[in-house]
Design a protein around this ligand. Structure first.
Ligand code: GLU
Length: 447
């Protein structure tokens, strides 16, 4: 297998699908050597099969806004790979959603889910619906209209969606309500990220951010460092950024920046518990403005319009917002300002040349599919609790999440340790995830 040949074929077949092609290229580059040591993979054409989704559903979503105007959006579910378990992955509601974006996310999800140690295949879905500025009523009507098509493609042993950007507990509630009405099935297992009174798992809302900090702890430990007293810059202020800020603060680090599409809030003395709680209110308002933090806490946060979190002096950068949010110039600015570690929490948050820069300039770097896997892993734990008709305690879920993040870190070290003793976490995560999925595909024949 040669990455360049496969990429050439793929870009001919899927012209213009830039995020999808970027995600595939990153994985192929890091697994090429290992793949070529296994002629049985080549014989079964594992790569050619693995880079194409099993199937894609696309549908029209029509709903009425508060002024009575009819709105039309596009809806999708990409069922990427089911070799190791039922399709599993979130739904993204964002105005920039395209099929290319969901294919990249579904592809990444396949490897990420394999890393969690749990039996879950990869999927992703969503819509170009823009939640910014929408009322609760509009969100509900959109979710109901979206589910009117999606319900036929999903099921508790088949495909289990969850949240992602623009989809949190409120949206999962509206989606689940409509699913039950349409399917006339009243089990709790078709979506994860549910509310605590109707089948949700304690700690699922926090899990992506908490898991990211547990992974960061292991990475720092391996490098002989700790989180205590370190300055952390976080991008975004949504669910993932919230969980990361909460756990980072609890572990003794200082969160000195959060950001939004409008700019950055610099928090010189570190974010407080009150401010972390306020992030939830900011997200629920659908205003999408981080400036609201500085308005609410004028003596603690300074808003800088148009600036990114990466302009704030820090030790550790945690991208928690959107793909490609950290460019080469940002990586260079971070390094100039003394940053020595970047754990990518968003999916494909760093551009390829930024990753390359980090890796060649002594900045520890770990990729999203390893760092953020605690979210989907805890979705897997929610599925187990649903299947058992039981609720575990916070302690039990947290212990399991800890254990899973430790195992993901170990897999990265096992497959990513280089001849000079350094650890390439990108290679490690990609090879570990790939080997599991490829072996499962091989053992199940040509299908
Ligand atoms: N959207 C999250 C992710 O990127 C969570 C998916 C899930 O819980 O199924 O992994």
């Amino acid at each position: 297998m040669k990455t360049t040949d496969i990429m050439q074929q793929l870009s001919r077949k899927h012209p213009g699908e830039s995020e999808y092609l970027q995600a595939v290229q990153e994985v192929l580059e890091s697994i090429e050597d290992v793949y070529n040591q296994h002629p049985e993979f080549e014989q079964a054409q594992i790569i050619e099969r693995l880079v194409e989704p099993d199937r894609i559903f696309t549908f029209r979503v029509v709903w009425t806004d508060d002024r009575g105007k009819v709105q039309t959006n596009l809806g999708y579910r990409v069922q990427f790979n089911s070799a190791i378990g039922p399709y599993k992955g979130g739904l993204r509601f964002h105005r920039a959603v395209t099929l290319s974006m969901l294919k990249f996310l579904g592809f990444e999800q396949t490897f990420k889910n394999a890393l969690t140690t749990l039996p879950m295949g990869g999927a992703k879905g969503g819509s170009d619906f823009d939640p910014v500025g929408k009322s609760d009523g509009e969100i509900m009507r959109f979710c109901q209209a979206f589910m009117m098509e999606l319900w036929r493609c999903i099921g508790p042993d088949q495909d289990i969606p969850a949240g992602d950007v623009g989809v949190g507990g409120r949206e999962i509630g509206f989606l689940n309500g409509m699913y039950q009405k349409l399917a006339r099935e009243y089990h709790t297992g078709v979506l994860t990220g549910k509310g605590m009174t109707w089948g949700g798992s304690i700690l699922r809302p926090e899990a992506t951010g908490y898991g990211a900090l547990y992974f960061t702890q292991h990475l720092l430990d391996k490098a002989g460092k700790t989180l205590k007293g370190k300055k952390i810059a976080i991008s975004g202020f949504g669910n993932v950024a919230w969980g990361a800020a909460k756990k980072a603060t609890e572990l003794g680090a200082k969160v000195v920046a959060i950001s939004g599409p409008d700019g950055v809030c610099e928090i010189a003395d570190g974010i407080t518990a009150e401010m972390i709680d306020y992030m939830l209110i900011m997200r629920a308002s659908n205003r999408n403005k981080v400036e609201d933090m500085a308005t609410k806490f004028p003596d603690k946060a300074v808003f800088k319009e148009g600036k990114k979190a990466w302009s704030v002096k820090c030790d550790i950068a945690l991208p928690c917002a959107f793909q490609n949010e950290l460019a080469l110039e940002d990586a260079q600015e971070l390094k100039r300002n003394g940053c020595w570690c970047c754990c990518e929490v968003s999916n494909m948050g760093c551009q390829p040349d930024a990753i390359h820069y980090f890796q060649h300039n002594g900045v520890l770097f770990a990729p999203g599919k390893a760092v953020n896997a605690g979210g989907v892993a805890t979705s897997g734990l929610e599925m187990t609790q649903n299947a058992q008709h039981l609720n575990w305690t916070a302690q039990e879920v947290d212990d399991r999440l800890h254990h899973i993040m430790k195992s993901i870190h170990e897999q990265c070290v096992m497959h990513g340790t280089q001849a000079d003793g350094t650890i390439d976490y990108v290679k490690g995560a990609n090879i570990a995830g790939f080997m599991k999925v490829a072996t499962a595909m091989l053992e199940q024949g040509i299908i």
